[in-house]
Design a protein around this ligand. Structure first.
Ligand code: SAM
Length: 330
């Protein structure tokens, strides 16, 4: 799959559910309404859809959400896709909030997953509860250590929020170093209304400034890394671990974009930051062969835009898109 800008699209991110057991303040409103079950693709349909992508050249799939591990029976999808590893699919991975990880870590490893991203914005139990609106940090930490014990490589994803966790990055770097995790900091993106003042400018923290502050205390050596993702990485001399910076706002990373997204309703988004989408559910359910699905995917790839144009400043305090991250899959 080659898009109009010559980019090879080899990476699929699948949001297996829009539901989540947390309500992170930058991600969702407190009173989120979730999709009725009838609109969701079944896990079998999601697997068929992923298979079509694999036939068309997708080599990496990330399961995300919502919270992927709260979807009932999700392990059948993980196992089904895991069985495709080495047969077109090179890597299967997951982004999770970790609340259910203690239960699933060894099963994920057994299914062929080798690396996972766990979202954790703070190490402070009280801040964790505030940032997730009601979550408890203990099961998440338990899950992270269960993943490590199961032999999964863990990357911690941390959304950088002004006045909330910006004083914690040194502590998190030290903690990640101690336990052998990489850390990736993410700029908050203006996706969906999140309640409260709804003012993204209040939350937004530029990572170029954060990087300067970190570099004043830690020895950072840039590494040209290779995951094909939007993060730029540096190695921390003191711990040997990586720190990544995902900077959709201060540094547009779309030139090397290799990915598309599919939601739990079978809607394909060619760009996280644009509205254009393609319905894959109708061809999937049309009763025709999966050729119709493949054709719909290829037509959508032909419409992949050059990039997003997120802006947060005094003129752009409201969300750029109505869609929340939990639907598209972060
Ligand atoms: N529930 C899983 C988790 O917590 O990792 C997967 C889905 S979550 C939407 C994926 C990632 O998106 C998380 O790291 C989350 O912090 C991040 N995220 C959510 N809303 C965001 C926003 N508006 N800007 C930047 N990152 C966001």
């Amino acid at each position: 799959m080659i898009d109009p800008f010559g980019r090879a699209i080899t990476y699929l991110r699948v949001s297996v559910t829009d539901r989540c057991d947390l309500r992170c303040v930058y991600c969702m409103a407190e009173d989120m309404h979730f999709l009725p079950k009838a609109q969701l693709l079944t896990l079998e349909e999601l697997e068929r859809l992923c298979s079509a992508f694999i036939r068309l050249g997708t080599t990496k799939i990330r399961l995300t959400g919502g919270e992927p591990l709260v979807r009932r029976g999700v392990m059948s999808l993980v196992q089904g896709l895991g069985s495709r590893l080495g047969q077109g699919l090179d890597e299967l991975t997951m982004t999770t909030n970790g609340t259910q990880l203690a239960k699933y870590a060894t099963h994920l490893r057994d299914a062929g997953i080798r690396r996972i991203n766990v979202s954790l914005d703070t190490l402070d139990p009280a801040s964790f509860t505030l940032m997730t609106r009601w979550g408890r940090i203990e099961p998440v930490l338990e899950g992270i250590f269960a993943a490590k014990a199961a032999g999964l490589a863990v990357k911690i994803n941390t959304v950088a929020l002004k006045g909330t966790n910006e004083d914690e990055f040194d502590r998190m770097l030290a903690w990640c170093g101690e336990h052998g995790f990489d850390l990736c900091l993410i700029e908050t993106m203006p996706l969906g209304e999140v309640g409260g003042s709804g003012d993204r400018l209040d939350q937004y923290l530029r990572l170029d400034l954060v990087r300067q502050r970190i570099a004043a205390k830690w020895h950072l050596e840039d590494v040209p890394l290779t995951t094909g993702g939007p993060a730029r990485y540096a190695r921390i001399g003191e711990t040997g671990r990586l720190i990544g910076f995902i900077t959709p706002m201060t540094h547009n990373f779309c030139d090397g974009c290799n990915r598309v997204r599919v939601t739990c309703t079978g809607t394909m988004f060619m760009c996280l930051g644009q509205e254009d989408s393609a319905d894959l559910r109708a061809p999937l359910r049309s009763g025709e062969s999966d050729g119709a699905v493949e054709q719909a995917i290829l037509q959508a790839i032909d419409r992949k835009p050059k990039g997003h144009d997120f802006v947060i400043d005094r003129q752009h305090r409201r969300p750029a898109l109505a869609r929340h991250m939990n639907l598209t899959g972060g």
